[in-house]
Design a binder for this molecule. Structure first.
Ligand SMILES: C[S@@+](CC[C@H](N)C(=O)[O-])C[C@H]1O[C@@H](n2cnc3c(N)ncnc32)[C@H](O)[C@@H]1O
Length: 325
């Protein structure tokens, strides 16, 4: 990313639109809008995809479908991240859809250049199964009818990879969608169980399901990114995201029944850390005394990409031992 080449009139307008919850109708005004977005905000979204996809590869999960549909594609960063992570050779086609024709054209051109062996095209709905459906950062822009259209595609997908901003409202929306899909799909991630979401319990209204993605090494010292961060008013150190990965036919189980996932970040205090742990029995607040496991205490501070753990705890909610699973 070269900060000198950015058009700030475009970036400011786009950001104002995103913060305002999305405009009515397509807002991409020119290919330059998409190029500026692709180099900056979309790249940050790409870091969230990298984090979510890293968790899938860590669990040895990969999609079976050879066709990908990136719906609400914008510049197409999500579909491209998926192809690069799982390997372009494992896909025959990448289809993109956006209600903006400019976005569709940009996403097609960009993906064709990056993946010459894959048939990249605009999506035409023939009513056939969809393959792997990729959805990224669209929820807060969709009126009811557009969301219904998207959910009809979800119903026809073999698997769904969905990443959204990690704020309370959008995470809760995604949880609501998750709850309608548990009978038709197996949940691959982030949930370590197939039951109802524990955050829907009465005492958990203030919590939400989110995670943090770090930028690739070097970004925080890259003068172009640093200047971009200051000018755009965004903190590049970590990006909050929510995600959901579903598949129709479960792969060999990659998640043990007694696994737990830390939601958000561990909070560190003098001598102990507090975490919100999601597991089959529900979501609970747990404490880790530093002296009980100093390595884990440090690991929770350093590593934002929390893997699945198996905890042993006492009856006061204190973790007595932990292993990665
Ligand atoms: C914030 S951008 C995200 C773009 C891209 N998915 C990404 O993650 O970078 C939201 C995208 O959703 C598209 N969009 C909004 N409403 C839509 C609708 N009803 N049908 C299809 N695309 C829509 C917008 O045009 C825009 O490209």
């Amino acid at each position: 990313m070269n900060c000198e080449n950015l058009d700030w009139a475009i970036l400011d307008r786009l950001r104002a639109g995103f913060l305002g919850g999305g405009a009515q109708g397509p807002y991409w005004q020119s290919p330059a809008d998409l190029a500026n977005y692709d180099a900056t905000y979309a790249e940050r979204i790409g870091w969230k995809w990298d984090a979510a996809l890293h968790e899938l590869t860590r669990r040895a999960w990969h999609p079976h479908a050879r066709t990908v549909l990136d719906w609400g594609c914008g510049s197409g960063v999500a579909g491209r991240r998926v192809l690069s992570t799982f390997g372009a050779e494992n896909f025959d086609a990448l289809h993109v859809w956006d209600h903006s024709p400019l976005a569709r054209t940009f996403a097609v051109d960009r993906a064709r250049t990056e993946f010459p062996s894959v048939a990249v095209a605009e999506f035409t709905d023939t009513g056939q199964p969809v393959g792997l459906l990729v959805v990224s950062h669209v929820l807060n822009e969709l009126p009811t009818d557009a969301l219904a259209q998207l959910l009809a595609l979800v119903a026809r997908a073999d698997a769904v990879l969905w990443v959204e901003p990690g704020n309370h409202v959008v995470s809760r929306q995604l949880i609501g969608i998750r709850e309608t899909l548990t009978s038709a799909f197996h949940i691959v991630a982030p949930c370590p169980h197939q039951g109802a979401c524990g955050l829907l319990a009465a005492a958990r209204e203030r919590d939400w399901c989110h995670f943090f993605a770090e930028p690739p090494p070097g970004v925080q010292n890259d003068s172009h990114w640093v200047r971009f961060g200051h000018r755009a008013g965004v903190d590049l150190r970590s990006q909050a995201y929510a995600y959901l990965v579903l598949e129709k036919k479960p792969s060999a189980s990659t998640c043990p029944n007694d696994a737990s996932r830390i939601l958000g970040r561990a909070e560190h205090f003098k001598g102990f850390a507090r975490i919100l742990s999601c597991e089959a029995a529900g979501v609970s607040s747990l404490e880790l005394q530093k002296r009980a496991n100093a390595d884990l205490f440090k690991e929770l501070k350093k590593d934002a990409s929390h893997p699945l753990y198996r905890w042993t705890r006492d009856d006061r909610g204190r973790i007595t031992s932990a292993e990665r699973v």
